[in-house]
Design a protein around this ligand. Structure first.
Ligand SMILES: [Zn+2]
Length: 241
């Protein structure tokens, strides 16, 4: 069974119809034939929300990926509705939209730091309205941080479109920007690569959900930085509510 990942082609989908494909007793969850719930990954936390079926509402505590399936995990103690039932799913949009803005902010940061300093990202993580990223940087100073903050906010104000494409593997592997972001680490068996492009700034293989334009991110503040080794520096950012 494969869950069709609706969020991959439409990040703005908040409500959807689906059918319960099977029950996962072990994880106390249900598997749908299609879903807009983001199951987590690439630093972006999983969605939560509700599933309605048979006149009842089931709170989904979080979604999780297992192979090609998305498991929608129910709070403990709540009985699981049976397989075969049609459902309406609704994701917690406030939580998700904050994560979409944060995710795009992280890509703006990656794009600016590579363009202006040639530094590659080595890791990152995010929560709603805050994130951190590690870069291959020798030195990080206060003045540099201020310069980065100005440049990333300039890109928010530049209202750059953010585009998602699903490309055949061979095509994706010919894009120089993708090669630098370690596309070669993708599993061998993958035939298609989902690519997120901030037009004119950043291009990455990415499975997450993002806003459609950098202007939706709003003001980004660089709130802290830290050395995580000789050539590894961590930058912390926050977004406004
Ligand atoms: Zn990403």
């Amino acid at each position: 069974m494969t869950t069709k990942l609706l969020y991959q082609t439409d990040s703005y989908l908040q409500s959807f119809e689906a059918t319960i494909a099977s029950i996962d007793e072990e994880n106390h969850g249900l598997i749908l034939d299609q879903s807009a719930f983001y199951p987590g990954g690439g630093g972006q936390p999983a969605d939560r929300g509700i599933i309605k079926t048979g006149g009842k509402e089931y709170p989904i505590f979080r979604a999780r990926k297992a192979g090609d399936e998305v498991i929608h995990i129910l709070e403990g103690g709540i009985p699981i509705p049976p397989a075969g039932f049609p459902v309406n799913g609704q994701i917690d949009w406030k939580h998700r939209y904050q994560l979409m803005r944060t995710h795009t902010a992280m890509h703006i940061l990656c794009g600016v730091i590579f363009r202006d300093y040639g530094a590659l990202v080595t890791g990152g993580d995010m929560d709603p309205l805050q994130g951190r990223m590690d870069f291959e940087f020798e030195t990080m100073r206060k003045e540099l941080v201020a310069e980065i903050e100005t440049a990333i906010n300039q890109e928010v104000n530049n209202t750059r479109p953010v585009r998602v494409k699903i490309l055949p593997r061979e095509e994706a592997f010919q894009i120089p920007d993708l090669i630098r972001t370690k596309i070669n680490l993708l599993p061998q068996g993958i035939r298609e690569v989902r690519v997120v492009e901030i037009v004119g700034l950043d291009l990455q293989a990415d499975g997450g959900t993002q806003v459609a334009n950098t202007s939706e991110v709003g003001r980004i503040r660089v709130v802290d930085y830290k050395s995580k080794g000789k050539s590894n520096k961590r930058i912390y950012v926050e977004l406004l509510e």
